[in-house]
Every structure is written in C-alpha cells, then in structure tokens.
Design a protein around this ligand. Sequence first.
Ligand code: AR6
Length: 173
Amino acid sequence: MATIEAVDGDLTTQQVDAIVNAANSTLLGGGGVDGAIHQAAGPRLLEECRRLRKTTHRDGLDVGDAVATGAGDLPARWVIHTVGPNRHRGQTDPELLASAFRRSLEVAAEVGARSVAFPAVSAGAYGWDADEVARIAVETVRDWTATHDEVELVRFVLFGERTLTAFERALSA
Ligand code: AR6
C-alpha cells in the first residue's frame, strides 16, 4: 500500500527518486514549475531534453504522455516530464489530465523510482481549477497504486495554501 501525501513546498528541493515536471510539448523549458526545475537542475537537463527531441521525441511530447531524463544538479535522480492539458486551448477532457499522472507513474516504475513527487499539473499556466486537478490527481494515483507496487511514496508538492487545501480535501474524501 503506497503512501500518498500532500505538502506545501518547492518541488525542486524534494529528496525523492523522481520529480514530475509540468512541461509543455516542446520539452525545451518554460515558466512556472518547469522554469524552476530547469533553473535548479542546470544545463544538463536541457541538454538531455534536446537529445530527446533529436531522437525518440522528434515531434515533442503528446498531451497526457510522459518521459524520463536524468535530474542534473537536483537531489532527485530523475525528472519525469509530462504535459497536462491546456484549458486555454480547449483541452478540457479530464482523461487527458488523468493520463498525465498515470503515464508519469508508469515511467517512474520503468526507471525504478520508488518515490515520486508531483506538482499540481495544469493548475497554473494551463488554467485548470486546483480542486479539479486535485480530485483527478488523487483518484488516478490511488487507482494506479492499488494495482502496482513499484512506487511506494507519492508526494504532491504544492505551491501555496489554496492548492494545498485542494489536495488535502481530495485526500480526505
Ligand atoms: N514547486 C511546486 N509547485 C510549483 C513550483 C515549484 N517550484 N512552481 C510553480 N508551482 P505551472 P501548468 C505550481 O504553470 O499549469 C510552463 O511554462 C504552480 O503554482 O508550472 O501545467 C510549462 O513550460 C501551479 O500550482 O504548470 C508549460 O508551458 C502548478 O505548479 C506550462 O507552464 C503548475 O503550474 C504548463 O502549465
């Protein structure tokens, strides 16, 4: 039975095997948590992302998919990049967001990560409501960990009271 928890904090300082990046399809960085991760990880992370774009991910990363790289200077061993749906582009299907969380866990299992920290994917620049993100994230992680034993700890690392409260509410439901 995996531990699933929510904390207020900075994703980039988490001492876990893998942190999940709320990236975009280019895989080449951006603002928000993506920018913070690249800044803290240093240039090796961007180099690895560029390599993906020249090899396995020439067309970028699809919405709802995930891929792992090393973590550069971060305390984690891997960064798992996922792309949540962008509400401002009409991507309102909850299954796309569920898929981003599920695929991230599948990739974590593939690389051998036993502890994984997630941000509130799509709850920032991509315009989703924090309560909806929390509900979908918690449900997806619960469903997945109920049928897989590779990942023992899932930690949602939230920026600020509003998002933390949304996840605490979803976890206690
Ligand atoms: N630690 C934890 N959470 C954070 C951190 C941090 N260091 N920094 C921000 N957040 P966003 P999205 C929270 O916009 O909505 C980027 O430009 C933030 O408060 O980072 O999936 C990408 O390149 C919010 O609750 O991701 C894409 O283009 C949550 O992380 C686009 O934004 C997600 O906000 C992706 O948008």
